[in-house]
Ligand binder design. Structure first.
Ligand SMILES: CC(C)(COP(=O)(O)OP(=O)(O)OC[C@H]1O[C@@H](n2cnc3c(N)ncnc32)[C@H](O)[C@@H]1OP(=O)(O)O)[C@@H](O)C(=O)NCCC(=O)NCCS
Length: 196
């Protein structure tokens, strides 16, 4: 008798902003075991230099009061936002959120031809299996279908995986800002862009 191999495939589906609690159930936390030191003063001479930490620590953006998915609707109109969830069968493995043309979202620069990848997260046990790429590809397709010329995303130098991930998806570093976060003076804001 032959054993039939079950190949799990992932599916991406859109959910409504009314279902952000589902999105919030996905973990955005990660262990900071490696960081990028940002050397240089301009984009022309900047370099990101990997450094392994002696003492890893844990970062969870959602733990900052008022900043997780459940608060987005209080701060912005989500009318033009798109929320994607990656499933393996019934299991939610990851998700991403794209913001388009929304007043008050400074990252959008008042442009209608720019999309912001507002959030992307993959469940810790599912990371490094291509789900992030699947979501990112879908986000790119969506942004292109809306006539956007660029996709923009923010991360920090302490998020090694995200930096490597955005780089692997064809994003380029377009800004770095030391001192951008008053509560996290040691973190450097990194803005990445992908031309569509
Ligand atoms: C960033 C994140 C979404 C990536 O998702 P993922 O499903 O693990 O990514 P993928 O498996 O699709 O990786 C695609 C490529 O990105 C790069 N990459 C992703 N994670 C990496 C890591 N930890 N180290 C080095 N490269 C990495 C690799 O090139 C990888 O390709 P490979 O596995 O064939 O080498 C995931 O790490 C995550 O959820 N992190 C916590 C939440 C977070 O920080 N979100 C971003 C906030 S700005």
């Amino acid at each position: 008798m032959h054993t039939k191999e079950i190949i799990h495939s992932y599916q991406v589906r859109y959910i409504s902003d009314k279902d952000l609690s589902l999105y919030a159930s996905l973990s955005i936390g990660f262990e900071v075991h490696k960081v990028f030191d940002v050397a240089g003063t301009t984009l022309e001479n900047v370099s990101l230099i990997e450094r392994v930490l002696e003492t890893p620590w844990y970062k969870d953006y959602d733990s900052n009061y008022g900043e997780g998915p459940l608060f987005w609707g209080e701060n912005w109109s989500l009318k033009n936002w798109k929320i994607l969830i990656a499933y393996k069968g019934d299991e939610t493995c990851g998700g991403c959120v794209l913001a388009f043309d929304t007043d008050g979202v400074n990252m959008l620069e008042g442009r209608k031809d720019l999309a912001v990848l507002w959030d992307i997260r993959v469940q810790p046990h599912c990371r490094r299996s291509g789900i992030g790429k699947l979501l990112f590809d879908e986000a790119v397709k969506l942004a292109e279908s809306k006539g956007c010329l660029e996709l923009k995303v923010e991360t920090q130098n302490i998020n090694y995986s995200a930096c490597r991930f955005y780089e692997s998806q064809g994003c380029q570093l377009s800004e770095f800002n030391r001192g951008a976060y008053k509560d996290y003076p040691d973190e450097v804001q990194l803005i990445w862009r992908k031309q569509l």
